[in-house]
Design a protein around this ligand. Structure first.
Ligand code: ADP
Length: 471
């Protein structure tokens, strides 16, 4: 049989322990205060109370209405207040017959009071004593009332300390109920809250698992609390991005299949043609060989593009930054396109204004310019002009590559920078492309903390613009 292991890291378990811990602590404090310490607490209160009354009376001794104060205190507080003389005789309260009886405090009791009083520092004393006539111990307060002209009197206050066991037992019963209830409540509440807290997380995990299996049609559910909303938003955005890339990737695969297949088919069939038919006819053979060479070029260009992407991406992690001149870079790039100038009658022109130096990685920046110029060539029709301009301002140096080619449709403008995206579905099959060139440009510009953009009118041409911080 497999053992079920308790996962102590779960939200449920944590909340549950916190709640139980919290409830138990409160309960322990209540039990200690209400049950364990209640007697000493009660005694402490009583002592304080009797001390307060006693001290007050001592300070009021000598005032004209002292006797009235005594009467009022013993009534209102329900305690016995006596005044004794030096031989233990009762001075107050006296009833009519007391004048004849002359009652006295029992000798032992009185001498204990005196001993304690004379030993005390401030002429007052508080202590508990047992009285044989009473069931419970008595709390006693004594004080010397000084009379400068004659002998001193003694204030003698007594109050019975009734045990509060009955109260305690009532409290105990109540506390047992409260304890059980609060523990149950803690368990229930922690269960409810943890369910509320963990439910959205569990949901999101489930969706993430679906995503992992390649299902992009999932939605990360929001709700319950802001943090989860934010997480769900982020994950939904990520999913959208992933699915976009996935769509483009699938597009690319079908494009690649087509773009590889067309030249290969051509190469194969022209090869066969030469072998079977035109082999001996120099003119025809050369014509067929030219086609084979062109198609091979297309293929290798295509493979280069694919390789560039991974090369640039890994290269962007460590840029070799130094001061470079955008004008010089552009000139170098154009030199690489000599073939097009000589063979295809392309016209390149470069202009510059102001400061043209930036801080950047020369080979990467040249690669970006190369891609733009190469696109300009690829998407030019009859008007084979490419203009490059470099212009510096206080903070930026701006490079523009302008062509007079087919232009870009408005709805494509934002997407052409995406990896694998190939715009203008119209010409789609006419040209070899991977949809990678501009995404490489974008990555390079971003790595240099620059800006990129494009202005284009369909049928009239496009201007690609890059901006870098000046050196
Ligand atoms: P590729 O050229 O291999 O398709 P890019 O990333 O270089 O890939 O370009 C993406 C898309 O942007 C192209 O398919 C094309 O539709 C459009 N595009 C890029 N440059 C130009 C341009 N100079 N003129 C017209 N369209 C362009």
């Amino acid at each position: 049989m497999s053992k079920v292991k308790l996962d102590k890291k779960t939200l449920n378990f944590k909340l549950w322990t916190y709640f139980i811990g919290f409830a138990s602590t409160i309960m322990i404090i209540l039990w200690l205060l209400q049950i364990v310490f209640i007697n000493s607490f009660y005694e402490y209160m009583k002592i304080n109370e009797i001390k307060k009354i006693g001290d007050q009376l001592v300070s009021q001794y000598g005032s004209v209405d002292f006797e009235e104060i005594l009467i009022e205190k013993s009534f209102s507080e329900g305690i016995s207040i006596n005044i004794l003389d030096e031989s233990g005789r009762l001075i107050y309260p006296l009833e009519f017959f007391d004048i004849i009886r002359q009652p006295r405090l029992e000798t032992n009791t009185f001498s204990e009071l005196l001993t304690r009083l004379y030993k005390s520092e401030n002429n007052t004393t508080i202590y508990t004593r047992d009285d044989s006539r009473l069931k419970f111990p008595v709390l006693t307060y004594g004080a010397i009332l000084e009379n400068p002209q004659s002998t001193n009197y003694f204030l003698y206050i007594n109050t019975v300390i009734e045990p509060i066991d009955s109260t305690v037992s009532v409290l105990k019963n109540q506390l047992i109920i409260i304890t059980i209830l609060s523990l149950l409540l803690a368990v229930g509440l922690s269960f409810l809250i943890s369910k509320k807290l963990s439910k959205p997380i569990v949901d999101i995990t489930q969706s993430a698992k679906n995503l992992m299996r390649g299902n992009y049609n999932i939605e990360f559910k929001k709700g319950y609390y802001t943090e989860i909303d934010n997480l769900a938003d982020t994950l939904n955005d990520t999913t959208a991005e992933l699915s976009k890339t996935e769509d483009l990737r699938q597009d690319l695969i079908s494009n690649i299949t087509h773009d590889l297949k067309t030249p290969l088919t051509l190469i194969k069939s022209y090869g066969e043609l030469i072998r079977d038919i035109s082999g001996d006819d120099k003119e025809k053979r050369d014509y067929h060989l030219d086609i084979i060479i062109q198609e091979t070029d297309k293929l290798s260009h295509f493979v280069d593009d694919m390789l560039d992407l991974s090369r640039v991406q890994s290269g962007l992690k460590s840029l070799e930054i130094k001061e470079i001149d955008l004008l010089e870079c552009s000139q170098k790039v154009i030199n690489r396109f000599n073939y097009y100038i000589e063979q295809e009658e392309f016209q390149f022109s470069i202009s510059s204004k102001g400061f043209t130096k930036i801080l950047g990685d020369e080979s990467k920046i040249e690669q970006a310019i190369y891609n733009l110029v190469s696109n300009g060539i690829n998407y030019s029709k009859d008007n084979k002009k490419i203009l490059i301009s470099v212009e510096g301002s206080d903070q930026w140096v701006r490079l523009a590559v302008k062509d007079y080619g087919e232009g870009i449709a408005e709805e494509d403008l934002n997407r052409i920078w995406d990896r694998y995206y190939r715009g203008g579905k119209l010409h789609k099959r006419g040209k070899t492309g991977t949809g990678i060139g501009l995404s490489i440009v974008k990555s390079i510009v971003i790595a240099h903390e620059g800006k990129y953009g494009v202005e284009s009118v369909l049928g009239e041409g496009s201007t690609f613009i890059l901006e870098f911080k000046r050196a």
